[in-house]
Design a protein around this ligand. Structure first.
Ligand code: UD1
Length: 418
């Protein structure tokens, strides 16, 4: 089994670049089925979730070509409307293919997504919206069958600003008859990137990035070339890595406005963070982090749930007590047990974690059970006494390309053993 071995105690210094956004590219990969044509995607990260999406696209009959971090998807010859369970199970967010396939082929059968390491992941909001757009949705024997004649635009209000539901509705409505509006839409930057991708194909969408999105359906979409936005959570992880290890690091290829809540939290921890030009942030961490009275995860632009675990690693060595509330996913504190194995003092009660900062963590053998938890344990190892081992790297690989080489280039003593 692969694991990361980290010898703690070295500060980080230098410059590191952030790769393309996982959460932006996944809906974009689903969107490639819409045009029946060529899709050229630059800044595409080589991560496991992208590979899983590619397997789905290949299974549907799409042509795939990689060249560095540019991916070309040709969706001209899609030959099936069926996505088998094995491919759906690889990645929970493959539910995003549902919207794209209905829009293009008016019929699709996919396996029901199960829960995931973060707890149950319901899709009721997605299915309710599809039904509102005239789509017949039947759930039977673990599969969802969707069929529609004409997709009819409508006004959809989301009871919760779900990222996946907002994206799925945009994909379906792009090829609908008439106008669809989404109110209480999710406002994440990845949704604005999907809008930008779809509009380059010829879609007519406005408002993404706000709570009100309007989609004027068009009859067909064409060829597209697009550069994916930088991954704000990877950027946040490098900032947290510096906050915990100490040092001075410039993180390049980042959009500072996408991570305002994280910058603000790390400033509260005592880090100095400066913007150098449009896409570089320089973080300087001197001494022990300060605690943060209260952090709670919220939909964007609130503090992202995906950054909760890396920031908790920083708070675990803060000079005082912090309180973290996880509002988005019920099982997102699994890294706590492992941080406590490293000497952290964190108590969880339901959705609240009380983090009493300790002076130093101590290296230990740990196991990651989810994507961001894996990153959190690795960066915790940077500051721990002695050697930390992190296994369960299959989770890290879902969303980080070359995380060990990035940290190594900054001076970390880190080795991946496969
Ligand atoms: C996306 C991100 C994920 C991030 C999450 C929240 C991708 C590929 N993944 O996931 O990294 O952590 O946003 O920012 O972009 N919910 C329902 N019913 C639904 C849909 C969602 O109850 O039909 C609930 C979920 O259980 C969860 C909350 O809404 O508690 C947020 O989910 P959602 O915004 O849909 O997250 P994802 O799109 O799955």
């Amino acid at each position: 089994m692969s694991k990361m071995i980290i010898e703690g105690g070295r500060s980080l210094n230098g410059e590191v670049s952030v790769h393309g956004s996982k959460n932006a590219v996944l809906p974009i990969l689903a969107a490639t089925v819409l045009n029946g044509s060529r899709n050229i995607i630059h800044n595409c990260p080589r991560i496991k979730d992208v590979f899983s999406s590619i397997e789905i696209l290949k299974g549907l009959g799409c042509g795939i070509v990689w060249e560095g971090n540019t991916l070309t998807v040709d969706s001209a010859s899609i030959s099936t409307q069926f996505i088998p369970e094995t491919l759906m199970r690889e990645m929970r967010s493959s539910i995003i293919f549902l919207g794209a396939m209905i829009a293009r082929h008016r019929k699709v059968t996919i396996s029901m997504p199960g829960g995931c390491e973060l707890g149950p992941r319901p899709i009721d909001l997605h299915l309710k919206a599809f039904r509102q757009l005239g789509i017949t949705v039947e759930e039977s024997h673990g599969y969802i069958n969707c069929e529609v004649g004409d997709i009819c635009g409508d006004d959809i209000h989301l009871d919760f600003p779900s990222v996946g539901a907002t994206e799925n509705i945009m994909l379906v409505a792009a090829l609908a008859k008439g106008v669809t509006t989404i109110t209480n839409a999710a406002k994440e930057p990845e949704i604005a990137d999907l809008q930008s991708y779809l509009n380059k194909m010829g879609a007519r969408i406005s408002g993404a990035g706000t709570a009100a999105i309007t989609i004027e359906g068009v009859p067909a979409l064409g060829e597209v070339e697009h550069t994916v936005i930088p991954d704000r959570i990877v950027a946040a992880t490098y900032l947290c890595a510096t906050a915990i290890a100490g040092g001075k690091v410039s993180v390049t290829n980042v959009v500072p406005t996408h991570i305002q809540s994280i910058i603000s939290a790390l400033k509260d921890c005592g880090c100095r963070i400066r913007q150098d030009g449009a896409n570089t942030l320089t973080v300087e961490a001197l001494g022990r982090p300060l605690p943060i009275d209260y952090i709670r995860t919220l939909p964007y632009p609130g503090f992202p749930t995906d950054a909760q675990s890396p920031v908790m690693s920083v708070l675990s060595i803060a000079d005082g007590t912090s309180i973290v509330t996880e509002n988005m996913f019920e099982n997102r504190f699994k890294h706590v047990t492992e941080l406590n194995r490293m000497g952290a003092d964190i108590v969880v009660d339901g959705r609240i974690a009380v983090v009493k900062g300790v002076k130093r963590l101590s290296g230990a053998k740990t196991t990651a059970t989810d994507l961001r938890g894996a990153a959190a344990l690795i960066i915790a190892g940077l500051s721990a006494d002695g050697i930390t081992e992190v296994d369960g790297l299959c989770h890290l690989d879902r969303g980080y390309e070359g995380f060990d080489t990035g940290l190594k280039s900054l001076g970390a003593e880190i080795k991946r053993v496969d």
